[in-house]
Design a protein around this ligand. Structure first.
Ligand SMILES: [Zn+2]
Ligand SMILES: [Zn+2]
Length: 223
């Protein structure tokens, strides 16, 4: 990840951190997402977007803002984040800061804005190895694919072991099927067979009501 700006590296590592901390919901993580703001009527950039894969559960939309600053994050950032949370219909927001938070920022943060200090060096040590190479697009460069946690799902009478993830650059879904030991990407709106018999994987394009614009088109994965 040497060629990236420091702030970009920080953001990516925050995405990897978020996966570890939100593995209790069936979550899709999108780095650098764009959501149409229902209040502002314009595109809002989200550093790290977490959404529940069970469609129709808007409560599970969480936005994470990553702030790489030498100084503590102040109250204005918290207020802006709170406004963004409303604009994109998220239930909760987290501001991650490398420089901590001011007292007024802390007192201004309410129940639905969490403040988490995460130092740059700590994040790099812990999470810079979390990325693999994108299989969908050679232009994405190296180390842009971020896997989420290992999953076990019941499908019919069988158990299915796999993990899934997205490229932080082209946003394409990837799957690692542990049953046939294959790793592959799934283009938006397409289905792909893995090495197992009768097993098809699909990346479902977003509905318009979700507010996703540009990339990514697909937030949901079906088996
Ligand atoms: Zn890619
Ligand atoms: Zn398989």
């Amino acid at each position: 990840m040497e060629k990236l700006r420091k702030s970009e590296i920080y953001e990516r590592c925050v995405a990897a951190w978020a996966i570890e901390h939100f593995d209790f919901i069936d979550v899709t993580i999108t780095a650098n997402a764009k959501i149409f703001g229902t209040i502002s009527k314009r595109s809002r950039q989200i550093d790290v977007l977490l959404e529940d894969r069970a469609q129709g559960n808007p409560d599970a939309r969480v936005i994470v803002e990553a702030k790489l600053h030498g100084r503590p994050v102040d109250i204005e950032v918290i207020e802006a984040t709170e406004a963004k949370l409303r604009d994109v219909n998220a239930a909760y927001a987290i501001v991650v800061s490398s420089g901590g938070f001011t007292k007024s920022a802390i007192s201004r943060s309410e129940d639905y804005v969490g403040l988490i200090p995460l130092e740059y060096d700590f994040l790099i040590d812990e999470y810079s190895n979390a990325f693999c190479n994108c299989l969908a697009n050679a232009d994405c460069g190296s180390e842009t694919l971020l896997w989420a946690v290992d999953k076990v799902d019941g499908v019919g009478l069988a158990w299915l072991m796999y993990k899934y993830g997205k490229c932080v650059r082209c946003q394409t879904f990837h799957v690692f099927c542990q049953d046939c030991d294959s790793e592959f990407s799934i283009p938006d709106g397409h289905t792909v067979m893995c090495g197992c018999d009768d097993r098809e994987w699909g990346a479902i394009p977003e509905s318009e009501s979700s507010g996703h614009i540009d990339l990514p088109e697909s937030t949901w994965l079906i088996v």
